[in-house]
Design a protein around this ligand. Structure first.
Ligand code: ATP
Ligand code: MG
Length: 484
């Protein structure tokens, strides 16, 4: 059997195997990072660098950062009359990896894969990822969470017994943090998790784009904030914006290594009788000023992740940096300030997650690994007055279950509606995510204040079982299973 670990990222995907004591990365057009970009055009599909390169010429045919919408089947891209969901896009990226893996394994067809997902992915998002992997041709051995994969890769050859590892993963689209306990005997337990699902490299690109758009306006009077205001044709406008984004990303990388960077875009758009060549210098200081709210948010997310838990930053033995955006010096500085320690990192921060997945995928290395996961958001039941009572708590290890007693509010109440929500707001239930509910009918006639038992159970497949019963009247009992 052939094994592979895949980090299916928002911006880049990485595939890795472990062979004869060494990590081997699959290459795509000679590179380890496969951009998670897919182009659909004239019935043909291009994936990765090729698709990314066409994003300027055919901006409406190229899909990027689709992972942000994983599991949201109401969201789709319509291209040439066909509709594509995030699962379809993931399947194409994975198919490209499968093709390359087959070559790598001498045309083997049966390839067993471990695919990573953010800790905060719901059961549905995990199931969609698995589906994408299977439709690409892989036997999906397991869906593993990214911080766990990073911790496994770090602990491989590094960890001391019973270390508490804090993973800071700042990628292209998401920011994830997690505290894990790693033991010598290959036991991993997630203790805390947190993050911001829509904070990452894309936001930093956008900040640089803003700086550039202002400079362009100052130089030319051309307003690029909206197509209508620019005076360019729709095609010219989207090509211009694409060019600016691509340059912004390059400048951002350069600013990780230098105090200032040069913007150079030739022939940006038609201007007066010729074209506009755009040049400017951006300093790290200007960039940091533009992204100050994100810098603050990163610090807040880390600090808040400890709130309401028995752990604090002082309990952390090791901090690991993961994700391409963690290459930005301010991330390291921020982490160092909070934890008072030098974080651990490898040269290329985009590779660590795939390496952990590769170890986990490997039959001999991976089978001994025991992993315990935690609930990412609390589950609760709606109370009168649009409030919520938490039943299962954020950061609680699962599988788990809890039964609580509630009371009817009216005399001779015949039925009670049970609504399950996911979230942390106990005062306003509607601030949380509704997952499902039902009506329990036929309860015994009694004055208000009659007991009703409610049980919430979260199983290893991330299915939430919600049960309610009248403890005094046998048979008045109902249960539903909710995919969260
Ligand atoms: N040297 C660098 N300096 C700043 N940013 C960088 C650097 N190298 C890569 N990046 C950024 O890192 C991001 C990609 O990181 P990575 O490949 O870890 O993300 P991902 O795994 O695809 O995303 P996610 O984890 O959010 O799903 C991009 O936004 C890229 O511009
Ligand atoms: Mg990532």
């Amino acid at each position: 059997m052939n094994f592979i670990g895949i980090d299916l990222g928002t911006t880049n995907s990485v595939a890795c195997t472990f062979q004869r004591g060494d990590f081997k990365f699959l290459k795509f057009s000679g590179k380890v990072l496969l951009p998670s970009a897919v182009m659909f055009k004239d019935g043909k599909i291009k994936v990765g660098e090729a698709a990314k390169n066409f994003s300027q010429r055919y901006p409406n045919n190229v899909i990027t950062s689709a992972k942000t919408y994983m599991g949201d089947n109401g969201h789709f891209w319509e291209i040439d009359g066909r509709k594509f969901t995030a699962t379809d896009v993931a399947a194409e990226v994975l198919r490209e990896i499968y093709k390359s893996a087959r070559k790598f394994f001498n045309n083997a067809e049966e390839i067993s894969a471990v695919i990573t997902v953010p800790e905060q992915f719901s059961a549905n998002q995990r199931a969609e990822t698995k589906k994408a992997g299977e439709s690409a041709g892989f036997t999906v051995k397991q869906i593993l969470t990214e911080p766990v994969a990073a911790a496994i890769a770090y602990a491989f050859g590094n960890s001391k017994p019973n270390e508490k590892i804090y993973v800071v993963d700042l990628g292209g689209g998401t920011f994830d943090v997690a505290l894990l306990e790693a033991r010598e005997d290959d036991y991993y337990k997630t203790l805390i998790q947190g993050g911001n699902r829509s904070l990452g490299g894309d936001d930093f690109d956008k900040a640089l784009v803003n700086i550039m758009i202002i400079e362009i306006f100052t130089n030319t009077g051309v307003e690029l904030t909206e197509a209508e205001k620019s005076g360019l044709s729709p095609a010219q406008y989207s090509t211009t914006i694409q060019k600016i984004y691509i340059e912004a990303e390059k400048v951002k990388r350069a600013l990780s290594n230098a105090e200032s960077a040069q913007v150079d875009i030739k022939n940006l758009f038609p201007y007066k009788d010729g074209v506009f060549d755009f040049h400017m210098t951006i300093t790290r200081e200007e960039f940091l000023k533009e992204i100050s709210q994100y810098v603050q948010e990163i610090e807040t997310v880390i600090k808040n992740s400890f709130e309401g838990t028995e752990f604090s930053a002082a309990d952390v033995d090791r901090v690991i940096l993961v994700g391409g955006s963690a290459m930005m010096p301010f991330v390291r500085e921020c982490v160092q300030k909070i934890f008072n320690k030098e974080p651990y990192s490898i040269d290329d921060l985009s590779k660590l997650v795939a390496m952990g997945a590769a170890i986990f995928a490997d039959d001999t290395l991976g089978n001994g690994i025991e992993h315990h996961d935690i609930i990412s958001h609390s589950f609760g039941v709606e109370l009168v007055g649009k409030r919520m009572e938490k039943m299962l708590l954020q950061n609680e290890e699962y599988p788990c279950e809890r039964t609580k007693t509630f009371y009817t509010v009216e005399d001779n109440q015949k039925a009670v509606r049970i609504n399950a929500y996911e979230g942390e707001d106990t005062e306003e239930v509607e601030q949380n995510r509704y997952i499902g509910g039902f009506v329990l009918r036929g309860i015994e006639k009694a004055p208000a204040g009659k007991k009703i038992e409610i049980r919430f159970a979260f199983d290893k497949n991330c299915i939430l079982h919600v049960m309610a019963k009248d403890p005094k009247k046998p048979g008045v009992e109902k249960e539903i299973d909710l995919t969260t």
